[in-house]
Write a protein that binds this ligand. Structure first.
Ligand code: SF4
Length: 674
């Protein structure tokens, strides 16, 4: 087979890849020089994808319990469990928990089945853990979940501000672009992060602050810019709704930040109107994540720094298709195509799908969904392409929930994960290298994931397994898709509902795309370069500044969690690569020298972390980069690796009231030597 152009399955940068198969399961990987996201560059994870495409540990056949069965038997069983549960307990007794690893076509079919035909809003995604706060903030400010920037803005900016993002490790090709932009244009770089990281090390200014201190910081920056006469009053008057007395009433104190550092930051912000603020998990994964994102957006709106080259708030998504999932309604609080649950929007969706049983309102978000599984309100759960027994907050509670649930179906590529151990039915899914569909990256570019290996064993596309279940439930006509292109065409046509209501997402130009053209689809951005400047998809046509109040700082030691450079999620794929595993062979508990001395932790020794949710043991790394009172652990390790260092078990399931996103980065914790 000749070289195939596809897209990296890891982070939301969405790098193009040229995959050249060299054997039945061997492939040479290169960056795609023609892809606008990366122009040929790849990070370590993308570069070593070839080491992760073997069949080691693959789930190759449908299984009921420990018995191998045919697909027909498995699908009959899943459909019967689903139908019986709905008949006996109602549509809200069933749920799908899906993933930013799914392709847009998988997501679309899952959402259509649950919200349109089963009649429940109970489909949520692990993207809830990733960027739901950015979605809620965009919707509050802009009237639609819209990222107003593109990667080209990094090259046009005079100042790049990274908030809550270790970009050098977590979005490495964006980091390479930031470094290239600095070299080319001399633009300044500020990193706002409680930790000193590889990213902060390279910044012109590192602003260290308390966990969740960024809300007070951005409110104070806005007050400071107002005091310096740096607001764009014409833009505010013409294009923004501002709450009465909001700016005059802002708290000007950037609590806990060295005044000299704040002054330097304010000088940089005041002097550089072409400013892009890139924000990521440190903002989103918080019980006040939506307010934090809105504080960032407020600053950009009030200074007119949006919708122009080199200016805007830029949410960087974590997963490869978090954005595509948002577009087709993968979140429980959205319907599809950026539509909500007003009577008008519901009627339009019902008519478009000819849906017999459209859900009446939003479903349960991830944390609440697993609570409902735990207490028996949800009795059927279909999990696709994610490992919630490790990754959800309070992971031990989630395991209890799964153990209690009478019907757990898991679609996955891996036979034995911490989650598949709870499955009554396991369905073998296609992996990257076999999947065929589309993803949308952080800058709204839709790219193709193309197959270059044949499906192994009996693995099958997720959208197809969903259609086969839907057909067994009596919905053959609505789920008669003959390939991913047919699913994409229907989704593209459906965006007319969104466009007709003044929103920006509009793919109707691709509604008649042929199978051949879909196969050959080049990376395509929806919404253009700068969709937001003078008209916003709100009822007034104006953007909304949102009054947000900084939370009180919490006392005691706070636990932060995050990624390592060379691992991804729960390591089911990156753990297969010897070279990636060589970067960090075990999870480390990072603590400051002062805290280590007081607590009695020794570099290289073992330390126990205890939180209200649970306890876990890690090897200790004493680090000058860790601020006093803060500790850090990585998220990746699992039971399936015989590890006692499960971070999910430590995170309390407190969530943001607007987005439902859990606060992974600010957990009360105590440390003890082991
Ligand atoms: Fe893949 Fe992200 Fe690395 Fe690009 S930056 S190669 S998308 S992991």
């Amino acid at each position: 087979m000749s070289a195939v152009r596809t897209t990296c399955p890891y982070c939301g940068v969405g790098c193009g890849i040229v995959a050249s198969p060299t054997g039945p399961r061997d492939v040479a990987i290169k960056g795609d020089k023609t892809h606008p996201a990366n122009r040929g560059k790849l990070c370590s994870k993308g570069t070593h994808l070839g080491e992760t495409v073997g069949l080691e540990g693959r789930l190759l056949h449908p299984m009921i319990g420990d018995s191998r069965v045919t697909w027909d038997m498995a699908l009959d069983d899943v459909a019967a469990r689903l139908a019986d549960t709905v008949v006996n307990y109602g549509p809200d007794s069933v749920a799908f928990y899906v993933s930013g690893q799914l392709l847009t076509e998988d997501y679309y079919v899952a959402n259509k089945l649950m919200k349109g035909f089963i009649g429940s809003g109970n489909i949520d995604t692990n993207s809830r853990l990733c960027m739901a706060s950015a979605v809620a903030a965009h919707t509050r400010a802009f009237g639609e979940d819209l990222v107003p920037c593109t990667y080209a803005d990094l090259y046009a900016a005079d100042l790049i501000v990274l908030v809550g993002s270790n970009t050098a490790w977590c979005h490495p090709v964006i980091w390479q672009q930031i470094e290239a932009a600095r070299e080319r244009t001399g633009c300044k770089l500020v990193v706002i992060d409680p930790r000193r990281t590889e990213t902060a090390e390279r910044a012109d200014l590192h602003v260290s602050l308390a966990p969740d201190g960024d809300l007070a910081l951005f409110n104070a920056l806005l007050a400071e810019m107002a005091g310096r006469g740096k607001l764009d009053t014409d833009y505010l008057a013409a294009h923004c709704e501002v709450p009465e007395g909001f700016i005059a009433g802002l708290d000007a104190a950037a609590h806990g930040i060295d005044p000299a550092i704040f002054d330097k930051l304010a000088e940089l912000v005041a002097a550089h109107p072409r400013m892009v603020t890139v924000f990521s998990m440190g903002v989103n994964q918080s019980v006040c994540g939506t307010d934090k994102a809105n504080a960032i957006i407020n600053l950009h709106l009030a200074t007119g720094r949006i919708g122009l080259p080199g200016a805007g708030p830029f949410s960087m998504t974590g997963q490869p298709n978090a954005m595509g999932g948002r577009e087709v309604g993968g979140l429980a609080n959205m319907l599809a195509c950026h539509l909500g649950f007003t009577d008008d929007e519901r009627a339009a969706v019902r008519q478009f799908w000819n849906a017999p049983n459209l859900c009446s309102g939003p479903g349960l978000k991830a944390v609440d969904m697993f609570r409902a599984v735990h207490d028996g309100r949800i009795r059927f759960l279909w999990i696709m392409a994610t490992n919630p027994a490790v990754s959800m907050p309070d992971a031990m509670y989630v395991r209890e929930a799964l153990a209690r649930c009478p019907n757990v179906v898991v679609s996955d590529v891996i036979a034995d994960t911490d989650t598949t151990r709870f499955a009554h039915v396991r369905l073998p899914a296609l992996a990257w290298s076999e999947k065929d569909g589309t993803v949308t990256n952080s800058e709204r570019v839709i790219s193709r994931q193309r197959p270059f290996f044949l499906p192994p064993g009996e693995a099958r596309a997720d959208w197809l397994a969903l259609c086969h279940v839907a057909q067994r439930l009596g919905h053959a006509e609505a789920f008669a898709f003959d390939g991913p292109a047919a699913v994409f065409r229907e989704y593209a046509a459906m965006t007319a509902l969104c466009a007709e209501r003044g929103k920006v997402l509009d793919l109707t130009g691709m509604a008649d795309i042929s199978d051949t053209a879909y196969d050959a689809l080049e990376p395509s951005r929806w919404g253009g370069e700068h969709p937001l400047r003078t008209r916003y998809p709100t009822p007034s046509g104006k953007a909304r500044l949102v009054a947000v109040t900084a939370p009180a700082q919490m006392p005691g030691l706070r636990l932060n969690t995050g990624r390592y450079r060379d691992q991804w999620h729960t390591m089911t794929r990156t753990g297969l690569s010897p070279r990636l595993s060589a970067h960090r062979r075990e999870p480390l508990l990072e603590v400051s020298p002062g805290d280590a001395a007081v607590i009695g932790l020794v570099d290289g020794g073992l330390g126990r972390v205890t939180t209200p949710a649970g306890t876990a043991v890690f090897r200790v790394a004493v680090s000058e980069w860790q601020a006093p009172g803060h500790a850090f652990v990585p998220i990746h390790w699992t039971d399936a690796m015989a590890s006692s260092s499960r971070t999910g078990a430590l995170v309390v399931p407190a969530t943001d009231p607007h987005s439902g996103q859990p606060g992974f980065k600010n957990v009360a914790a105590s440390l003890t030597p082991v």
